[in-house]
Every structure is written in structure tokens, then in C-alpha cells.
Design a protein around this ligand. Structure first.
Ligand code: 5GP
Ligand code: ZN
Length: 134
């Protein structure tokens, strides 16, 4: 993808604060961090979202999230970690090159990775189960 900023960052054409790099991925610090240490895992090949990402890279990306999440949390002394991955504008995706957010968390930090819980009704539950199992 010629015009994709994350392709350029992942492949080193645009400099970034790189925490880790291998043949498949680059892990960088987010320029608009939700918390101290907020990092992004970028594959070096273009995939717009999770659905376009080859299975092999999807599997490797989750293993890398585990490894880098532990490293970041250990280095910064964080209490927790959110692993966030947005697909589609409606879900908050703003850069259409697959990426995983690693967001270190601390007790009471007020970082907004949350929602107001609803209530699963029997009607909706049955509707979803029948659609998924159809
Ligand atoms: P999304 O909303 O697509 O899940 O996340 C995009 C993320 O990329 C945002 O957290 C934003 O701050 C970050 N971002 C956007 N452009 C750049 C950039 O040029 N460099 C870096 N390091 N992060 C970026
Ligand atoms: Zn790209």
C-alpha cells in the first residue's frame, strides 16, 4: 500500500520510537498515548484489519502482544494491561492498517478503555444463538 502510513513506519521508511522489531512486525510507541507506554504492534505487510490478516500473522501477533505486554508492564511497573484492537470506523479504527494497542494501566489512572454494561435479554440471546448456529 503506497499511501499507508503504518506500512511506511513498520518498514522503517518513516522513523518511529521502536521498542521491538523482527521480520514480521515492528512495535512502536503511540504518538497519542492513552497511557504512559501505550504501544502499537504493526505487521510489516499490509492488512487493513483483522479479517485481512493471514492466520499465521494473527497467531504471531497475539504471542507478540503477550511478550511485549509483559516487557512493557515490567519495565514501567504497571498494574495491568489492556490489549485493544479496533476493526472498522464504527469500532474506532482510524488507521486502516491492522494494529494491536498495548495500553499499560495503573490502579485509578482514569484511562477510558471501558463501557457501561447492558443486560443480555432472553430474546436477544435466542436471536444471536439462532443466527450464529444457522
Ligand atoms: P486506531 O484508532 O486506528 O485503533 O489507532 C490508531 C492509533 O495510531 C492511535 O492511537 C494514534 O494515536 C496512533 N497514530 C496515528 N498516527 C500515528 C503515527 O504517525 N505514529 C504513531 N506512532 N502513532 C500514530
Ligand atoms: Zn499498511
Amino acid at each position: 500500500m503506497d499511501n499507508c502510513i503504518f506500512c511506511k513506519i513498520a518498514n522503517g521508511e518513516i522513523p518511529s520510537a521502536t521498542l521491538y522489531e523482527d521480520g514480521d512486525f515492528r512495535v512502536i510507541l503511540d504518538l497519542g498515548p492513552a497511557s504512559k507506554g501505550h504501544a502499537l504492534i504493526l505487521p510489516k505487510t499490509h492488512a487493513a484489519n483483522l479479517y485481512e490478516l493471514p492466520d499465521e500473522l494473527a497467531a504471531k501477533a497475539m504471542v507478540l502482544a503477550k511478550k511485549m505486554g509483559a516487557k512493557l508492564s515490567g519495565a514501567l511497573g504497571s498494574d495491568g494491561l489492556n490489549v485493544v484492537q479496533n476493526n472498522g470506523k464504527a469500532a474506532g479504527q482510524t488507521v486502516f492498517h491492522f494494529h494491536i494497542h498495548l495500553i499499560p494501566r495503573n490502579q485509578g489512572d482514569g484511562v477510558g478503555v471501558s463501557w457501561t454494561p447492558g443486560k443480555l435479554t432472553d430474546e436477544v440471546k435466542e436471536e444471536i444463538l439462532s443466527k450464529i448456529h444457522a
